[in-house]
Design a protein around this ligand. Structure first.
Ligand code: GLN
Length: 498
């Protein structure tokens, strides 16, 4: 009873269809759980999407859903739908490692709000997915527990930092996953794995229980095989949470409906400056996407927004600055690892040297430097001015456009090891995703094309704050106009030993 179609021949594929069948009593959540666990067992040794699989908890959640259905109660909009959760989201009683030695054995005493909401909606948590350590990276190679592989071509990276979540959906190990996006960590791996990924408006989704990286940029969001599935998850996880003081207090509605309501009358700006910095395949996918939107009745125009390209430099000062402060809490006393020393200072230094990998150490040093007296104005304050410039550039553009269209990434999935020796090369993978984080805006990646090697190419739809409805309208049209085979799951291809 695969959610991607199969023997039951579901009229509606994906999570939306699966939940409908579970609620109608046509499919048992218990069977979904067994099939999922069997699939994960078969594929995950090679791919390493998961740091831990919570089989027992998944089985009991499935049994609870089936009991509700049997009693005539409604188990919720995600009834019986498996979901993979990035391992920087707290799960009560289940290790939450951030793919770091620092938190390898840390077990949180509470669930992140997004996890609570998914479970309350009937979803079945499969396990915790691999990531770049503390979500710092673009390939999942910075995980302390080894990389995740891209299911489309296992010699390539899945992107990052939410690579395990993106690959799990692409490999059909779960129809849904959660990730976090500070500078592109949902959209970039979604593009490289041929799945849908949404970074919501800052504040739309609670960060309570998300292990903090850069608090002014971090946002939780969904991965799915279809735009409708991603919209449904966003409806479930979004909304005010008193446990997060930055959480917006306003109703969230109409997201799922928006995905099918067409692009008629939408004003779409194609970010010309991004096209020039993307590979030929990524740029031509955007041009083809622009034509699809125009064909659907949108008014499409190119727009020059060169200031957005400065976002990358500002991000790599602001994000490390916030990280250096957020990661000060891993001191050997309060969380996770402790390596003893002769005094507190030595214990602290030894713990941090043993617990953090090279990229995390680099960020902490960079961040501490740019915040230090004498350098603060030259680096941190200057970066904040650039952040304002990016926000103003967007504000001007959104006077004329409802959404912007751009490549998600400069290139398709690259080979494992291709960028590990050069941090700057790796940072450039987020050139087109970072501006939306700096502005707090929503943006999403939609699988749209295949390159000549058969690798997926994503296109990005950007919108102003709380512009999710317009963004999802455009995304729904792009999905319908995408090249055949451009989106995951790719289970059969890789299982055939591609
Ligand atoms: N790749 C970017 C970084 O390394 C973004 C990471 C993220 O969004 N979590 O910081």
């Amino acid at each position: 009873m695969s959610w991607s179609g199969g023997p039951h021949g579901a009229p509606e594929p994906g999570a939306v269809g699966l939940a409908a069948r579970v609620r109608a009593g046509e499919v048992r959540a218990a069977d979904v759980a067994e099939e999922t666990l069997e699939r994960v067992g078969r594929r995950d040794g090679e791919l390493h999407c998961f740091n831990v699989v919570t089989a027992d908890a998944m089985r009991s959640a499935a049994a609870a859903v089936d009991r509700l259905v049997a009693s005539g109660a409604d188990p919720g909009p995600l009834a019986g739908v498996p979901v993979a959760v990035k391992d920087n989201l707290c799960t009560r009683g289940v290790p939450t490692t951030c793919s770091s030695k620092m938190l390898e054995h840390w077990v949180p005493p509470y669930d992140a709000t997004v996890v609570t909401r998914l479970v309350a909606a009937g979803a079945l948590v499969v396990g915790k997915t691999n990531l770049d350590e503390f979500a710092m990276g673009s390939s999942t190679e910075n995980s302390a527990f080894g990389p995740t592989r891209n299911p489309w071509d296992t010699s390539r990276v899945p992107g990052g930092s939410s690579g395990g979540s993106a690959a799990a959906v692409a490999a059909d190990l779960a129809p849904l996953a959660l990730g976090s996006d500070t500078g592109g960590s949902i959209r970039q791996p979604a593009a490289l794995c041929g799945v849908v990924g949404i970074k919501p408006t800052y504040g739309l989704v609670s960060r309570y229980g998300l292990v903090a990286f850069a608090s002014s940029l971090d946002q939780v969001g969904p991965f799915a095989a279809t735009v409708a599935d991603a919209a449904l998850v966003l409806e479930v996880i979004a909304g005010h949470d008193e446990m997060d003081s930055t959480s917006l207090d306003r109703p969230v509605e109409g997201l799922l409906d928006a995905t099918g309501s067409g692009a008629g009358g939408l004003r779409v700006g194609v970010v010309a400056d991004f096209l020039a910095d993307a590979s030929a395949d990524c740029a031509s996918a955007v041009r083809a996407a622009a034509e699809v939107l125009a064909g659907a009745g949108a008014a499409v125009e190119e727009v020059a927004l060169p200031e957005l390209l400065h976002g990358l430099s500002a991000y790599y000062l602001i994000a490390p600055a916030e990280a250096s402060s957020n990661l000060a809490r891993y001191d050997g006393v309060r969380y996770g690892l402790r390596v003893d020393g002769d005094d507190v200072e030595q214990m602290n230094a030894r713990t941090r040297a043993a617990g953090f990998g090279p990229e995390v150490r680099r960020r902490i040093m960079l961040g501490t430097y740019v915040l230090s007296a004498g350098y603060y104005d030259a680096y941190y304050a200057q970066a904040q001015r650039v952040r304002t410039l990016v926000a103003r550039t967007f504000a001007r553009a959104y006077e004329r456009f409802d959404v912007l269209l751009a490549p998600t990434t400069p290139s398709v999935a690259f080979p494992l090891g291709a960028k590990t020796a050069d941090p700057l090369e790796m940072y450039l993978a987020d050139l087109f995703t970072i501006p939306s984080n700096l502005a707090g805006h929503p943006a999403m990646s939609v699988p749209f094309a295949l390159d000549p090697q058969g690798l997926p190419v994503g296109v990005q739809v950007l919108a102003p704050a709380l512009g999710e409805v317009a963004m999802l309208r455009a995304a729904g049209v792009l999905e319908a106009g995408a090249a055949p085979g451009a989106r995951g799951p790719v289970a059969s291809r890789s299982e055939a030993g591609r």
